[in-house]
Design a protein around this ligand. Structure first.
Ligand code: NAD
Ligand code: MG
Length: 386
C-alpha cells in the first residue's frame, strides 16, 4: 500500500520539494490531494503530472478555470478554505504535509489532527500561534506530529534511540541570514531585494524575510518548545553561518549530538514521510573535505531584535506568540511592499505586543479573535505613525 499524502501548499517551496520526494519513491508515496492559494497554473501542471484524487484552490475565483483545465481527468476539484479544511479528513489520507504559509495553516492542521492524520509539519506558524492547544489536541487524539523544519528534524533525528533520556538543552543553529555582519546603520537601509537573497537556502518570500530578521529563529524556538516539551531556557540559539550542522541536542551527561547535511529540505521532508525508516535518496551528499571550517557565534539581540521579541512572547505565553505572529505577517507584507523599513518591523511588532489585549489561557476562538485584532492594530500602527 502506498502512503497517501495530502500536501497543503503544493505549489510552494516545500510543496514542490515534497513532490520531488514522492517522485523519487513512486512505490512508496502518492499525492492524494494538492492545494494552492492562487497559483492556479502551477496547480494544474502538478495535478496533470501527479494525478491526485483531488485538488483544492483556496482562492475561489480560480475555481472555474481549474475545473475546466482538469475536466478530462478524474480529479475532484474544490475551492475555498472550508473545502481545504474538510479534505484533510478524507479516509484514504495517511499523512498531511502542512506546507502552506502563515496563520492560514492553523485550521486545516487542527482538522487533520482531529481526524488522526499524522502531520508532517512545515507550517511552524501553527505551533507559534497555538502550540499548547495543538499539543493538547494531538495528545487527546493520539496524532503524531513530525517536524519538517530542518532544525527540528535534526533535533528529532538526534533523539532517536534516546527514549527516557531527558534533554538538557536543544541547540538550534541559525545561518544568521544575509545581514549577519551588518551594523545597525547598514540594516536601516537594506532593501527587500537584499533581504530576499538568502545565502544558504532557497525558500518562499515570507520565511526568507523572517530569516533575514531572525524572526524565523525566534519562531523556531517556540516551535521547539512545543515539539520537544522543553522550557524556553533550555533552548539555545547559536549562529552557524555554514548551515552544515542543522541543530543539536545536549543530554544530561553533557554529550551533544548533532545532525549534519546539505542545506536541502528534501531530506527532512523525506524523513517525516518515512520515519522511523530511512530511504535511499539521490540528493547531493555533504563532502566534509570541503567544509574546512565550521564556526559558531552568539546571536546579536540588539541588531536582530525580533529574536528577543519571540523569546519574550514565549516567556509571557498565552496569546502573546499569536500577537507576534500576526503583527509579523503584516510587517513582512508591508516590508515587501516598501511600506516600512527593515528595522521598523521590530518597532511595530513590539508596539503591537503592548497594545493587543493579552489573554493568559486562550481558547481557539480567542486565538482567532487575537489574530484579527492584532492584524487590525498593526495596520493602524503602520498607517498612523509612519
Ligand atoms: P511558499 O510561499 O513557497 O509556499 C506557500 C504555499 O502555501 C503555496 O503553495 C501557496 O499557494 C500556499 N498558500 C499560501 N497562503 C495560503 C493560504 N492563505 N491558503 C491556502 N494556501 C496558501 O512557502 P514555503 O517556503 O514553502 O513555506 C511553507 C511553510 O513551511 C511556512 O510555514 C514556512 O515557515 C515553512 N518552512 C519552509 C522552509 C523552506 O525551506 N521553504 C523551511 C522550513 C519551514
Ligand atoms: Mg528552519
Amino acid at each position: 500500500m502506498k502512503k497517501q499524502i495530502a500536501i497543503l501548499g503544493s505549489t510552494g517551496s516545500i510543496g514542490t520539494q515534497a513532490l520531488q520526494v514522492i517522485e523519487e519513491h513512486p512505490d512508496q508515496y502518492e499525492a492524494y490531494v494538492l492545494t494552492a492559494n492562487h497559483r492556479v497554473e502551477e496547480l494544474i501542471a502538478q495535478a496533470r503530472r501527479h494525478q491526485p484524487e483531488a485538488v483544492v484552490i483556496a482562492d475561489e475565483q480560480h475555481y472555474q478555470h481549474l475545473k475546466e483545465a482538469l475536466s478530462d481527468l478524474p480529479i475532484k476539484v474544490y475551492a475555498g478554505m472550508d473545502a481545504l479544511c474538510q479534505i484533510v479528513q478524507e479516509a484514504p489520507i495517511d499523512m498531511v504535509l502542512t506546507a502552506m504559509v502563515g496563520y492560514a495553516g492553523l485550521r486545516p492542521t487542527m482538522n487533520a489532527i482531529r481526524a488522526r492524520k499524522p502531520i508532517a509539519l512545515a507550517n511552524k506558524e501553527t505551533l507559534v500561534v497555538a502550540g499548547e492547544l495543538i499539543n493538547e489536541l494531538a495528545r487527546v487524539n493520539g496524532t503524531p506530529i513530525l517536524p519538517v523544519d530542518s532544525e527540528h528534524s535534526a533535533v528529532f533525528q538526534c533523539l532517536t534511540g534516546e527514549v527516557g533520556n531527558p534533554i538538557e538543552k536543544v541547540i538550534l543553529t541559525a545561518s544568521g541570514g544575509p545581514f549577519r555582519t551588518f551594523s545597525r546603520e547598514q540594516l536601516a537601509v537594506v532593501t527587500k531585494e537584499q533581504a530576499l537573497h538568502h545565502p544558504n537556502w532557497q525558500m518562499g518570500a515570507k520565511i526568507t524575510i523572517d530569516s533575514a530578521t531572525m524572526m524565523n529563529k525566534g519562531f523556531e524556538v517556540i516551535e521547539a518548545r512545543w515539539l520537544f516539551g522543553v522550557q524556553p531556557e533550555q533552548i539555545e540559539v547559536v549562529v552557524h553561518p555554514q548551515s552544515v550542522i542543522h541543530s543539536m541536542v545536549q543530554f544530561e551527561d553533557g554529550a551533544i549530538k548533532a545532525q549534519l547535511g546539505m542545506p536541502d529540505m528534501r531530506l527532512p521532508i523525506q524523513y517525516a514521510f518515512s520515519y522511523p525508516d530511512r530511504l535511499h535518496a539521490s540528493f547531493p551528499r555533504l563532502d566534509l573535505r570541503t567544509c574546512t571550517s565550521l564556526t559558531f557565534e552568539q546571536p546579536d539581540l540588539q541588531r536582530f531584535r525580533n529574536l528577543a521579541l519571540a523569546y519574550e512572547a514565549l516567556n509571557q505565553g498565552g496569546n502573546m506568540p499569536c500577537i507576534v505572529n500576526a503583527a509579523n505577517e503584516i510587517c513582512v507584507a508591508a516590508f515587501l511592499q516598501d511600506r516600512i523599513s527593515f528595522l521598523d518591523m521590530s518597532d511595530v511588532i513590539a508596539e503591537a505586543m503592548q497594545r493587543v489585549n493579552f489573554i493568559r489561557k486562550p481558547t481557539y476562538e480567542d486565538y482567532v479573535q487575537t489574530d484579527t485584532e492584532a492584524r487590525r492594530i498593526t495596520e493602524e500602527i503602520l498607517t498612523n505613525e509612519r
